[in-house]
Design a protein around this ligand. Sequence first.
Ligand SMILES: Cc1ncc(COP(=O)(O)O)c(C=O)c1O
Length: 381
Amino acid sequence: MQIPFHKPYITEEEINEVIGSLKNGWLTMGKKTMEFEKRFKDYIGSKNAVAVNSCTAALHLALKVIGLKKGDEVIIPSTTFVATAEVVNYFEAKPVLVDIEKDTHLIDINKIEEKISPKTKAIIPVHFSGQPADMDEILAISKKYNLYVIEDAAHALPAWYKGKKIGTIGDITAFSFYVTKTLATGEGGMVTTENDKWADRIRILRLHGISKDAWKRYSKEGNWEYDVIENGYKYNTTDINAALGLAQLKKIEWMWKERIKIAEKYNEEFKNYEELILYKVKDDRISSWHLYPVKLNLEALKINRNQFIEELKNRGIGTSVHFIPLYRFSYYKKLYNYEDFPNSEWIFERVISLPIFPGMTDKEINYIIDNVLNIIEENRK
Ligand SMILES: Cc1ncc(COP(=O)(O)O)c(C=O)c1O
């Protein structure tokens, strides 16, 4: 059996929405994008939602509207996707890494304050695997030091922190609709914020700094004239992507429940094996279960993480590792000390992400479980 690490859940509904968009001939950002933004905003319960072409763009524009400048510092977790750090570098500002917790892989709130300096401008918590970070503590720290909180919610649709939906808590939240994400449009992203001024500015910045949206320019209501009010970016999404997003959004809760079912089944089957360390979700929050990370108890096994992945691959099971810590990359190595991130290192040596996606059959889930357990039996110390 071959099971990929991920497969987007695309049905006739998505296909028909896209065909509809192709047939009406608009293709780029237009009415479907506006409708997607409205539906997304209603689903999250946020005041504003602005669609862009990636979560990276969403994070970049978020940092732009809070006024990040050259020489500023931004606190981020040491283990995240490189986009979280990259957007800080766009401003010639410095991403300041903070180690993560061993059991949740979330930024360690007890290690944030020691990294704050007069140059610190913002914190970007990452809701790793779909589990919300410790937002109360992060907001308290941000208040004490007058910092902005930009949430990297690339994994967290939908997720709840103490009853509040992610997308309504920090100053600005950035979502991803990349192909592997819980809502997949191929590429895409969304900004949510309660701040109307920021939302309006992001709408302008996403399309060259033009004062009116292009779709208004070319539609019946519009005319040819427009103004450029600041230097912007080409970060707009397209109606084709939005069409996919609209169809995906209709089934987002169902897809989320499918993920929960898979995660619960893995947890149930793995919980009695001392060779595995299960990922912890704290009691006061609900995860989207974008990822199912599981760690190996290396002290109880004869093989390491890479060999375990190889064994799974030989049996047709796709996996991934989330994430290679930032300080391990050539580009970042020279800027940070390895020793500052013992938990990131400990996790990285042990962690594997198993397949978890809506539409996985019971047969596939059981095949993965049987093979994980079989590899353990064969390689136990
Ligand atoms: C934590 C995190 N942040 C940001 C991103 C960037 O998302 P996008 O590919 O939509 O730019 C990703 C993508 O994998 C991610 O995992």
